[in-house]
Design a protein around this ligand. Structure first.
Ligand code: NIG
Ligand code: FE
Length: 420
């Protein structure tokens, strides 16, 4: 059988982010996008085969290019497929009533402590059949793809009992198999203390550690283990126990840290060797320093701060202090019901002080590293997976400047055009 070849030519800018597959970008590197003006890309099957200018590629790969399907990207930019490293993709229902309550003065934590918030979505998710969950989540994945996103991380955490956590993780697995977007799974059994354990949360922590984590690892249902370390949810000590127990079973630690209040979540991320610490709105300078020293990637979620009407994480400061930063939607029904990663890139510029170039690095190569996929996706390099997004803007700055609009023109997944 002959190979499937695709030739992208004439792009105004090919944003390659070349040469960054081994470790996430820090400081100045985040501004170095390694752009090829007027660039072309040859794709053979699901891999990037060659990158350069059209004349050189045509000379070198005459036969392949003659056979190829051609995309003329004149006037547009070509990017690595965007990567969203933090979503709560698999859930049932929505919470617009709580949005309305918050607009009338209630806080996110008050709503949660009164049985709403994560608990409300947990009830709905427990009731939903796997097929219902699959259907709702598929829609969200379709929307991610329409915004140029080709890989998403997905957390469980709306079960808080094994049956439902497993249901969510199996749905995520099925989505990964059936949907064009790749789905990478994280177990987050410790997303909230279920009502039944309100007075003895340590017992729930024991349940997560002794019953759930071994099953997740044993059945390979997730690669990462996450916990909501927050005052009134899980303490740093409980979070430490959960993350260490997961690590012993081969699950890579992640953490929801310092989202609402400073709580030494950043420090804990550095201590346990988390691959990423996420949110970090209220992370301390000491925590930032330790994360930088220990190569913990900061996954920042500007949509969550925006939607909770809170002060954003100090992205600029974190980059200047030496942290690698990634960006994500945090897609979930409570604090960030969106699938637009490009809008997050704009908000990161407006509210966190990132430059447009840094926002692109944060939503591609650094995001790929935050889910341990830096060797495979997140940059346009020979032999990497041909996941590519073409945006209908004439240069990369316009992507953030012309905000709130979906500029996605074409998406290529595994070497095939899937959005046009
Ligand atoms: O990342 N902070 C905890 N978890 C989610 C929100 C979940 C929800 O409200 O349903 C977050 O913001
Ligand atoms: Fe989250």
């Amino acid at each position: 059988m002959s190979n499937h070849t695709l030739f992208i030519k004439n792009a105004n800018q090919v944003i390659t982010l070349h040469g960054n597959s081994t470790k996430p970008l820090k400081k100045k590197e985040m501004n170095e996008l390694h752009i090829i003006e007027g660039g072309s890309i040859l794709i053979i099957d699901d891999r990037i085969a060659a990158i350069g200018n059209e004349t050189d590629l045509v000379e070198k790969y005459k036969n392949e290019i003659e056979e190829a399907e051609v995309i003329d990207a004149e006037g547009k930019i070509v990017l690595p497929g965007l990567v969203d490293p933090h979503t709560h993709l698999v859930f049932a229902g929505s919470r617009e009533e709580e949005f309305n309550m918050r607009l009338n003065g209630a806080t996110y934590m008050e709503i949660m402590n009164n049985g709403g918030g994560i608990h409300a979505t947990t009830s709905k998710t427990r009731e939903a059949s796997p097929d219902e969950l699959l259907k709702e989540s598929k829609k969200r994945l379709d929307s991610f793809l329409m915004h140029g996103v080709t890989t998403v991380e997905a957390k469980s955490g709306y079960g808080l009992d094994w049956e439902t956590e497993e249901k969510q993780l199996r749905v995520a697995k099925q989505l990964n198999e059936e949907h064009l977007v790749d789905v990478v799974s994280t177990f987050m059994g410790a997303h909230a203390v279920p009502a039944a354990y309100k007075n003895n949360p340590d017992e729930f922590v024991d349940l997560v550690i002794n019953e759930m984590l071994p099953k997740v690892a044993g059945e390979k249902l997730a690669e990462f283990n996450d916990v909501f370390c927050e005052r009134g949810v899980f303490t740093p000590e409980q979070s430490r126990r959960i993350l260490k127990a997961g690590k012993e079973l081969g699950l890579i630690p992640k953490i929801h840290a310092d989202e609402i209040e400073p709580y030494e979540g950043a420090e804990l991320a550095a201590e346990v060797g988390a691959i990423s610490a996420d949110h970090l709105l209220r992370a301390s300078d000491e925590g930032i320093k330790r994360m930088a020293e220990n190569n913990v990637i900061g996954v920042l979620l500007p949509g969550t701060a925006f939607f909770l009407m809170a002060e954003s994480a100090k992205g600029r400061r974190m980059i200047d202090m030496g942290m690698s930063i990634a960006l994500s939607t945090d897609c979930n029904p409570g604090s960030s019901p969106t699938t637009s990663l490009p809008l997050m890139m704009n908000l990161a510029c407006m509210h966190m002080g990132l430059t447009p170039a840094e926002a692109i690095a944060a939503a591609t190569i650094n995001a790929a590293h935050a889910i341990n996929r830096g060797h495979e996706i997140g940059s346009i390099e020979v032999d990497k997976k041909a996941d590519i997004t073409i945006m209908d803007v004439s240069n990369y700055m316009k992507l953030q400047y012309h905000y709130g609009v979906n500029h996605t023109d074409t998406v290529i997944k595994n070497g095939h055009i899937v959005v046009k």
